[in-house]
Design a protein around this ligand. Structure first.
Ligand code: PMP
Length: 430
């Protein structure tokens, strides 16, 4: 393909004069993969178009929410129809009730749900609630999991923190981070040890039920059940961070898909259909401690924003009304999985493909990748080369091995075939 990115280069130069690193979220800068980030102009269905007019098959899908592809018409129309009424009231609306009722009808164990404006806010608020409810300070998170950029979570975090190899985040005080306990993902003995060591001190265990911020790492069989049992035994609140998995792995998210009940659940981008939204919800016994019912304070001027609500509502309703969407996602991703497997088998490179539902990623590793250490010991320099080879052929993968790929229903068999073909071509030449 004749391929120039001059306009993106120009925009990146200009952006850096006014925006830190030229981007509003670090991974977008392509800092670890190298090269110039592409500035996007528009997107439709499975394709994004950059400022130079190049087309890309999109495997990021806005990091998850575009389950039905970009510019999904019902969502676009719903926003268009709603926006003239006003973009914000700072007062309750009926639409917020409809949204909460819809979420409750799809997600298990959600008696009450509070809307916020990002996944970070959702996780931060759920943690505060768990602490307020239990009267305990410490919590356990897992190495390589990312729960947004609130201070307490920036310890051994995944996503950009891992991509940029930031060991300790300046600005996060030791006072805060000493209450963050960490364990390797998929290692139940490590959690048992922490629970014994800090008996009566642990408010919550927060986990990505299928990790997506160190590449895709599903839980090993029995792991989630064991975590649930520890939480029950020790009076610990189990928080499922379903910012990526919610309404993607099944209508009822990872809870439904894995058959595990969480106490609190956090949601993010998916429930905004691409608008800035998050939510946290759970059992009434815990949720009733949130203000104004209780004293655990949490608030937001733009929370329940009508434009975000109508976008999210329309998207979730589409997912609820057509269960075949989840079958389609499964089939498309399984087809991609099989194709990548066949292409990589021909290459002289060890690899691991991890997948659950429509979350998938490739690690260039000669052993199973079940935790962050495994992901970090893979050949991530090779991933970076692979990323650029794909990008040059119009296939947009996440710009880091520490991110999952997301599949949308808009992706066609031809798109997947092409992805596999380009993968095979790259590895034949390497
Ligand atoms: N939790 C998970 C699992 C995430 O993947 C993310 C973002 N990628 C967040 C929380 C934070 O969400 P946001 O970027 O909307 O603050």
């Amino acid at each position: 393909m004749s391929y120039t990115t001059n306009k993106s280069k120009e925009l990146f130069e200009r952006a850096q004069l006014s925006i830190p690193g030229g981007v509003n979220s670090p991974v977008r800068a392509f800092k670890s993969v190298g090269g110039t980030p592409l500035f996007m102009k528009n997107a439709k269905g499975a394709y994004m178009y950059d400022a130079d007019g190049n087309q890309y098959i999109d495997y990021i899908n806005s990091w998850g929410p575009m389950i039905l592809g970009h510019a999904y018409e019902p969502v676009v129309n719903a926003i268009r129809n709603k926006v003239a009424d006003s973009t914000s009231y700072g007062a309750p609306t009926e639409l917020e009730i409809e949204m909460a009722e819809l979420i409750k009808s799809m997600a298990p164990n959600v008696d009450l749900v509070r809307m916020v404006s990002s996944g970070t806010e959702a996780c931060m608020s759920a943690l505060r609630l768990a602490r307020g409810y239990t009267g305990r300070n410490k919590f356990i998170k897992f190495e390589g999991c990312y729960h947004g950029h609130a201070d307490a979570f920036l310890v051994k975090a995944g996503s950009g923190v891992a991509t940029f190899n930031i060991q300790t985040v300046p600005g996060v005080t030791t006072g805060v981070s000493q209450d963050t306990l960490t364990a390797p993902y998929n290692d139940i003995a490590a959690v048992e040890q922490l629970a014994a060591q800090h008996k009566g001190e642990i408010a919550a265990i927060i986990i990505e039920p299928v990790a997506g911020n160190m590449g895709c790492i599903p839980p090993v069989p029995g792991y989630m059940e064991a975590l649930r049992a520890i939480c029950d035994k020790e009076g610990i609140v189990l928080i499922f961070d379903e910012v990526m998995t919610g309404f993607r792995l099944a209508a009822g998210g990872a809870q439904e898909r894995l058959g595990i009940n969480a106490d609190l659940i956090t949601y993010g981008k998916v429930i905004g259909g691409g608008m800035p939204v998050g939510a946290f919800g759970g059992k009434k016994e815990i949720m009733q401690h949130i203000a104004p019912l209780g004293n655990v304070y949490q608030a937001g001027t733009l929370s329940g924003n009508p434009i975000a609500m109508i976008a999210g509502y329309t998207m979730l309703k589409a997912l609820k009304d057509d269960p075949s969407i989840f079958t389609q996602l499964e089939e498309k991703t399984a087809y991609l999985h099989k194709g990548l497997d066949e292409a990589l088998k021909m290459a002289n490179t060890p690899y691991v493909i991890n997948r659950l539902g429509s979350m998938i990623s490739v690690h260039f590793s000669d052993k199973p990748v079940t935790n962050f250490k495994d992901a970090a010991s893979a050949d991530n320099a090779l991933f970076n080369k692979y990323f650029h080879a794909m990008l040059n052929e119009g296939i947009y993968l996440p710009p880091s091995a520490y991110e999952t790929w997301f599949i949308s229903t808009a992706l066609s068999t031809a798109d997947i075939d092409r992805t596999v073909e380009v993968t095979a071509k790259f590895f034949k030449n390497n």
